[in-house]
Design a protein around this ligand. Sequence first.
Ligand code: MN
Ligand code: MN
Length: 468
Amino acid sequence: MSEEKTEVQLLQEKLLMDKKHAAKVIDDAEMAKAMDFAEGYKKFLNDNKTEREVAAFIIEEAKKHGFTEFDKFGTYKPGDKVYYLNRKKAVILAVIGKKSIGEGAHIAAAHIDSPRVDLKPNPLYESSEIALLKTHYYGGIRKYQWPTVPLSMHGVIVRKDGTEVNINIGEKEGEPQFIITDLLPHLAREQSERKLGQGIKGEELNVIVGSLPFKADAGSELVKLNILKMLNDKYGIVEEDFLTAEIEMVPATKVTDIGFDRSLIGGYGHDDRVCAYPELMAILELNEAPEHTAVAVFADKEETGSDGNTGLQSSYLRYFIADLARFEGLMGRDALSKSKCLSADVNAAFDPTFPSPFETANSAYINKGIVVTKYTGSGGKGGTSDASAEFVGEVTRIFNAADVCWQMAELGAVDAGGGGTVAKYVANLDIDVVDVGVPVLSMHAPYEVVSKLDVYMTNKAVSAFFKA
Ligand code: MN
Ligand code: MN
């Protein structure tokens, strides 16, 4: 017995926005596809924990998919695939389009660095017969979250003779791990009076690396000496080699499904590998020449403000596009000003346990699909690129045509805080750009959470953009 709809119901259907749960807009077959995509992402996240590791993975996968090293004086035809590796820490992949680069590239830009704890240049010391490493945290971490989390050590050491040693300890089964300590509650009365932001101070993020002394009748700092001897035996390094090293301590935890329904993924470094991976898969799967040249940027240093030659404030993206323009006899600016970009970065997912810094109507929600963020910034839209209505319209039409489940949000309530992405640096190149990405719970924590459906929708969205 079907009842006729009331006037109110009809008007509601016609006029009100209906943002659906991603699970309600896909069928069983696509749900299976999304879950399958998540498995690939989980493996990637487990295996690649630093920008150098992600960059190496991207190059390896790109080569397997027919990408060749970009020759800036070369000539290319539609469908050709090229890669450019910037100092082992940032990557650009491109598939040459059917149209001239003068009609603009379709660019997606994610970052592959994540918040972590770096070693200082002079890290190793001994105190109370414990060997420790001094650190300097990287990016916006909540310092109190990092003690008592098992850590692994990743990075590179350049020895005096110029040879390099790659370090990766604590990820494989049976390998030792490392730890930052915290006080026991019994003796934390004074520490507990500190404000949360000072709960653990920067100079308290010291990593324990050993406690056995070198066997000798006499001598000082024998625990430190013992550690150095072990490092020398294994890697051929001496203390001074730490001066020419980049060593990152990251959570040694493994990626896992979260929830009885396995709908979520817990892991370290979702920000922003959860956008980098869908973007990578989208460009690797471009089997025929797209209309516009597709460019996938995997940037470093976003978490510290995109400074430095591997961050997007550097000119390498601009130069890359200019080099593509040159073989057509065009100026770089001809291509840049016509180009369009998805700045693929995460946004904060509404957290029901901590609702106060969110404004519910303009928050991102897990499982509501890829989030489009018109602007980020703080303090009255400061420090951001505010995407134009025209460009947001163009991008969301592409998403709608491809059945992408998407939502729009700000980054938290007005004046609750704020943040930024690479979007403003891309916009500075005279490129139309808007932020899109996966909503994340506990962003920047040692263990972050995302939804599998949102990861899948991000891949679908970037694919559709590359093909548009
Ligand atoms: Mn990010
Ligand atoms: Mn971040």
